[in-house]
Design a protein around this ligand. Sequence first.
Ligand code: DX5
Ligand code: ZN
Length: 228
Amino acid sequence: MTDRRRAAWIAPSILSADFARLGAEVDAVLAAGADLIHFDVMDNHYVPNLTIGPLVCEALRKHGVKAPIDVHLMVRPVDRLVPDFARAGATWITFHPEASEHVDRTIALIREQGCKPGLVFNPATPLDWLDHTLEKIDMVLLMSVNPGFAGQQFIPSTLSKIREVRRRIDASGREVRLEVDGGIKVDNIGAVAAAGADTFVAGSAIFGSADYAATVRAMRGAIAAAAG
Ligand code: DX5
Ligand code: ZN
């Protein structure tokens, strides 16, 4: 069951935005009711795709974006980029633990640089990585697709993983966001919320829709309905 005191955050992934008009696209999703901007960094090494780096994050800040920027690093190695993204205005920095040589050190580095750290789990990545890290991170990001591309199908086995992470976070007593990323649409976001997620990445579902505000509203409606 979703904790009703925890606000649901909608995080549009700019991977599906029109990059030729990125500033305007980000302004538009924020005006449409988004809470934070999900920023997918792919390196053609850890994942088979190449996207955007710190320069683009900095450009969004210079454009006037004040909302939190949720940087999802799909890169290897990780540490080299952390200070660059901190300087570029990242709020959250999440990374895949298997892509870092020293996970505890990377978490500490993100914190030292003034950002909020989080760990990302691919569909087949075990949750054991949380055993000695949950007390040090501010977000758990569960991938509901294999990372690398927008527009993939939600993998249903993610739901039981969300429930397990929700149990662990609640048992920790800490404020840790539980974000889910990949294939989230208006018609499955309720199930994701009911399983215990509180932060919802949506790329193609929002940027591929004709009316961003109507889509964000429909998503919030489905989350509220799932909370009963
Ligand atoms: C996938 C990325 C996602 C992606 C989500 O590797 O991490 O953030 O942009 O896109 P949709 O919502 O279209 O699955
Ligand atoms: Zn992502």
